[in-house]
Design a protein around this ligand. Structure first.
Ligand SMILES: C[S@@+](CC[C@H](N)C(=O)[O-])C[C@H]1O[C@@H](n2cnc3c(N)ncnc32)[C@H](O)[C@@H]1O
Length: 317
């Protein structure tokens, strides 16, 4: 079946003249009566790309075009607004203080969480690609480059350019510029072929993606059969006393400290507890992963359950 896509506008802003841009048009993507089209824009190495597109599709079926978000059945309704433009703007507004606040508010434990992630979900065999989605300022990509001694090419992807830009000097500093490529892209529509990654990771990112199930589907799509998907995310400590202390810190103190250090109109540090408290953790997350097709799913809690690492394997067909 052929579709005709008529664009009303498509604006590309390309930062580097030395980039290689590929645009693929996918006519349809069916998911229980949802359908949309994807625009995949691939940039090579440290080039970045902004795109905005709008259009209509004509074909033999009535379609609704969706350019930014999709709703996948199984997504639980949430009260937090996770629309792409809002989330991108929010992270853009705190990008300059993100690393400092991350380390400060977690008392540097975030380093430990990432290093545990590289141990429990180790790099795939040398030469196989690792894709780190929602890479932000690139700390997990750096941790994997260290862990693999540079034996794996890494793609670090994120849709927030101010965050991504801060990853680039980190990669050069460790001499990994030739091994870690930065791709500016929405994690729900990665400009990457299916079955290409030996390991796909996401740290503190899946929670922010508009469609959790859709984001998970995309991580699974790009992972090769037999490869693993590793998700590091905040979770909720279960102990009664610790749980209460954590909730008080998370809901009352953290938003105020965050706002004081990185004042932002998006209330990013109010969004953080709200999004964490609504996000599936523990068994609910494992059930979601299994329902999207991952096997051997397991969870490891860290730091009394403040963070959890979920690992699943894409079955060999
Ligand atoms: C809390 S930060 C985590 C960054 C990094 N992984 C870390 O461990 O510090 C979340 C990141 O997810 C990115 N993000 C959120 N939704 C996204 C989406 N739909 N597509 C791509 N990136 C997204 C944000 O831009 C932000 O950089």
């Amino acid at each position: 079946m052929f579709w005709t896509i008529v664009f009303h506008s498509l604006d590309c802003i390309i930062d580097s003249p030395a980039c290689d841009v590929r645009i693929d048009f996918f006519g349809q993507d069916w998911s229980n009566q949802s359908c949309w089209f994807r625009i995949r824009v691939a940039t090579i190495r440290h080039t970045t790309l902004d795109w905005n597109g709008s259009g209509t599709m004509t074909g033999s079926t009535d379609l609704t075009t969706k350019s930014e978000t999709t709703s996948v059945p199984n997504d639980k309704p949430v009260s937090v607004d996770k629309s792409g433009p809002k989330v991108r703007k929010m992270f853009g507004s705190i990008a300059h203080r993100y690393d400092f606040l991350n380390h400060f508010l977690s008392v540097n434990i975030d380093h430990y969480w990432r290093s545990q992630t590289t141990k429990l979900a180790p790099p795939p065999p040398a030469g196989e690609t690792i894709v780190d989605c929602c890479t932000g300022t690139g700390d997990l990509a750096v941790a994997y480059d260290r862990k693999s001694n540079g034996a794996n090419p890494i793609l670090a992807t994120d849709f927030c350019r101010p965050m991504l830009i801060r990853s680039v000097p980190k990669f050069s500093k460790i001499g990994a510029s030739g091994r870690i490529a930065v791709v500016e892209s929405d994690a729900q529509y990665l400009p990457l072929p299916s079955d290409m990654a030996g390991l796909t990771t996401v740290a503190f990112g899946l929670r922010n993606i508009a469609s959790t199930a859709g984001g998970l589907d995309e991580l699974i799509r790009i992972t090769k059969p037999g490869g693993r998907v590793a998700i590091l995310e905040f979770s909720r400590p279960t102990g009664r006393i610790l749980g209460r202390i954590y909730l008080a810190f998370f809901k009352q103190i953290l938003p105020k400290v965050g706002q004081a250090i990185a004042p932002n109109a998006s209330n990013a540090y109010g969004y953080l507890p709200a999004s964490v408290l609504e996000f599936p953790d523990g068994q609910a997350m494992l059930d979601l992963m299994a329902s999207r097709g991952l096997s051997s799913c397991q969870a490891t809690t860290m730091t009394f359950g403040v963070a959890s690492l979920y690992i699943g394997t894409k079955p060999i067909r």
